[in-house]
Design a protein around this ligand. Structure first.
Ligand code: GCU
Length: 343
């Protein structure tokens, strides 16, 4: 399966399928433009449910012109592969973690900062505020893609095979998988663990074979990706709220006639709202399953010591990327309005 996925991604990236990707339908009399959307989650995940809602919406309005195809489970490759495919127009859309986008535009660094948002409300309000999101979402236009909406991916926390994490000191000497972004590697360095960057699809095997001692993610990784079969401790240190981002190829988006573009924009809003609604239910179900069927213990450490260690990253980021300062300040206003429940 893995080989098949990689081969497919390889074929796509070298453009061998360019003819079919550039717009013909399934053959015969079907002249509809195929729109390909890739992501790395399973079919029962909120992201997939939302994209299928998008598919249905676009086809209900423009079904004579477009045939939308959603490819889940890394079928089109890793997130990094899929971003590159979207960039060149080999596919039209994909979902990538904000972490991955940091290597395509440094502006995305902002949303990867540990403890950037004081609460889920502050996070949601900030991401919904176009003054905050737009300058970042539009920053990759030159590179050929742009963000069309954000997708909630909850809060990231540490989980380990056999070591309960109660304080940052417990991370010492542990190999922890992080997403491939400089910010995440730096965060782990400060917290004292050993950062092991790798793609999402490789994490389960790495945990099982003890190449790594743990990882960090939202609760869905325990169930939807089976990590809770191997990892028995999940610690709510709440270090990041990193959104997923739906990105689209600029040439495709800019080429849409105005009336069709308006329908696509409604579709993007639908992705956001359906996913957020599904997310709340999915996380609750994941927690139940992890606790009751997989035997995962949920721990609630004091988050302050973790937060204090990461604090210096805010000042260094602002110093390095001064243009991001006004956006950072705007987020602080939401933080003041919606403070952490722990305070
Ligand atoms: C979450 C997130 C994905 C990301 C994954 C990861 O599942 O929604 O976009 O790829 O974490 O840790 O890589």
């Amino acid at each position: 399966m893995k080989l098949h996925c990689r081969m497919l991604a390889g074929l796509l990236s070298i453009g061998m399928l360019a003819a079919s990707l550039s717009g013909c339908g399934a053959g015969g009399n079907d002249h509809r433009r195929i729109i390909r959307i890739g992501h790395n989650q399973a079919t029962d995940h909120p992201t997939n449910i939302a994209l299928v809602a998008f598919e249905e919406y676009i086809e209900s309005k423009l079904g004579d012109k477009y045939n939308v195809e959603v490819y889940p489970s890394e079928l089109l490759g890793s997130q990094t592969d899929m971003v590159q495919l979207t960039q060149t127009g080999a596919i039209d859309f994909c979902v990538a973690s904000n972490s991955i986008l940091e290597t395509f535009s440094e502006n995305y660094t902002l949303f990867n900062l540990p403890y950037l948002f004081a609460s889920a409300e502050a996070y949601h309000m900030s991401m919904d505020d176009t003054e905050i999101a737009d300058p970042i979402f539009e920053s990759t236009k030159q590179a050929g893609f742009e963000a069309v909406t954000w997708i909630d991916a909850g809060t990231r926390n540490f989980y380990t095979v056999s070591t309960p994490i109660e304080t940052p000191a417990d991370l010492k000497g542990l190999k922890i998988r992080v997403q491939q972004s400089p910010t995440n590697v730096e965060m782990m360095r400060l917290l004292g663990g050993s950062a092991t960057p790798m793609g999402f699809g490789e994490v389960y095997t790495a945990l099982q074979s003890k190449v790594i001692d743990g990882a960090e993610n939202n609760e869905m990784a325990l169930t939807s990706n089976g990590h809770g079969d191997v990892c028995k401790y999940y610690s709510y240190d709440m270090h990041q709220m990193i959104p997923d981002i739906l990105i689209g190829n600029c040439a495709f988006l800019d080429g849409l006639p105005e009336d069709e573009r308006a329908i696509f924009e409604e579709g993007f809003e639908l992705v956001n709202s359906v996913e957020r609604e599904e997310w709340v239910k999915a996380v609750e179900a994941a927690k139940n399953k992890a606790e009751n069927e997989q035997g995962v213990s949920f721990l609630y450490p004091d988050t302050k010591p973790f937060q204090e260690i990461c604090e210096s990253m805010h000042a260094s980021m602002l110093e390095q990327y001064q243009d991001l300062k006004p956006i950072y300040e705007k987020i602080q206003e939401y933080n003041a309005q919606y403070p952490s429940e722990a305070e």
